[in-house]
Design a protein. Structure first.
Length: 442
């Protein structure tokens, strides 16, 4: 269908520039008049190069590092949804939001999108050329909205989807702030004790020639190591992080690490439920928006963020191509089974042989519960797949919230016990020879 660029005046006399798709120029003008605008100029769309030549004074983009944050994209989508619901043309809506945006990656992307639309591209085509801001999920939902003539509804769904994801992410981060702050503060205090307090006591013991018990010698050796090999404190965690990053560059390494994270006690459940909530909501939103099921599964697989779930949704995708339902392959392939890289991580990070035994007992556990499979099955049978996927996502969002709060409450007493044990060890190690020295002098 041809695309026409037009200029018009609204009831207040304000000039409007936008594009519209219509079978003919007459029908385009009639549609514009129905929108309440008076057409002053209309022409068939031209190529992008012609538009670029016509705009020597185009707006300059600012220098930006990085991409667009999820919070920025969430706010933009909600604002665009409101403007579209109010009946504003899409190009005018984008110009308004681009003018309000602060200099950065989002503003630059909106400038590009507006220029593409002025050159005759559709909104989805324009957004597809700015992958820093708009991923495949976003672009395909916009494309489905354009095809179905329900862009306002799709934008509302996108905004709700992003707001829920943002809210869940914010709750998880907020719950982890307190324990992380406590650990950082405790480490700083312990380093100060090791560098200042313990050497002072050591000098006193040397001056009086006191006999030191094994526990005090161990503490003094630890203090010496911290003072002379301090670079290992940040170096060891950094080295482990770089090692994991390197391993995850390869397919089997990434799969093994992601499987290791899913099978961890308590924390693994949090990761698993979070991914199930996010992927089912993604799939439900795409299906409800009219995206074909195979394309929706492909997008869900790519945006899952976990190699185990990518493999699972890939298996479901292949099964549906062969004519099967979603529920059955989801049930059949929900047990990852044994993986040597995951076994290595369990041995390395979870107490050696004990970690291996724990992994062997947990390796056949499912990453997708039977409840999810049954609800998907019911959704397929009733023709309400998107509704059932939303219900699964809502349920797991609530589970993540409860589990996060429980994990936070569990970490507080554990931190107190661990820190209390360390402080108790230091006090006993320093005061045992001190008491013996006082008794000797008296």
């Amino acid at each position: 269908m041809p695309t026409y660029q037009f200029e018009a005046m609204d009831a207040t006399g304000q000039e409007i520039k936008d594009v519209i798709e219509a079978p003919s120029q007459e029908e385009a003008q009639a549609t514009i008049r129905q929108m309440g605008y008076y057409v002053t100029k209309i022409s068939l769309k031209r190529g992008r190069k012609a538009v670029d030549k016509k705009k020597p004074g185009a707006r300059r983009k600012s220098f930006a590092i990085g991409g667009v944050s999820s919070k920025q994209l969430c706010t933009f989508t909600r604002n665009l949804s409101i403007l579209q619901d109010a009946g504003l043309p899409i190009l005018r809506s984008l110009r308004i939001l681009e003018g309000q945006a602060k200099p950065g990656a989002l503003k630059n992307c909106l400038i590009d999108v507006c220029d593409e639309i002025e050159g005759g591209a559709t909104l989805s085509e324009a957004m597809a050329k700015s992958p820093k801001a708009f991923n495949r999920l976003y672009v395909n939902m916009i494309k489905a909205g354009e095809a179905g003539g329900a862009l306002e509804v799709i934008l509302q769904r996108l905004a709700e989807f992003q707001e829920r994801s943002q809210d869940l992410r914010r709750k998880v981060k907020g719950a982890l702030i307190y324990p992380i702050a406590v650990v950082v503060f405790a480490v700083c205090i312990l380093v100060f004790i090791m560098l200042k307090i313990v050497p002072a006591f050591q000098k006193i013991f040397q001056d009086f020639g006191a006999d030191l018990p094994a526990i005090t010698k161990l503490l003094i050796d630890a203090s010496y190591a911290v003072a002379h090999y301090w670079y290992l404190l940040p170096g060891i965690p950094l080295g482990i992080w770089l090692f994991i990053k390197l391993v995850r560059k390869f397919g089997p390494g990434r799969y093994g690490w992601d499987l290791f994270m899913l099978k961890l006690p308590i924390f693994g459940q949090l990761v698993e439920k979070n991914i199930v909530a996010r992927t089912t909501r993604t799939l439900g939103t795409l299906v409800a928006s009219g995206v074909p099921i195979l394309e929706a599964l492909q997008i869900t697989r790519e945006t899952s963020g976990n190699a185990v779930f990518e493999t699972l949704y890939g298996k479901v995708y292949e099964a549906i191509r062969e004519g099967e339902s979603i529920a059955q392959p989801m049930k059949d392939y929900s047990r990852p089974g044994f993986h040597p890289v995951a076994l290595f991580f369990w041995f390395m990070f979870v107490a050696g042989p004990i970690g291996v035994l724990l992994y062997l007992t947990k390796m056949n556990s499912k990453v997708v519960d039977d409840m999810v499979v049954n609800m998907v099955d019911v959704g397929e049978e009733s023709g309400e797949l998107d509704t059932m996927l939303y219900k699964v996502a809502d349920y797991y969002d609530a589970e993540v919230k409860v589990l996060t709060e429980g994990l936070t409450k569990l970490m507080e007493p554990l931190l107190i016990i661990v820190l209390g044990s360390i402080v108790g060890f230091i006090v006993i190690a320093l005061f045992m020879p001190l008491i013996a020295l006082i008794q000797k002098l008296s």
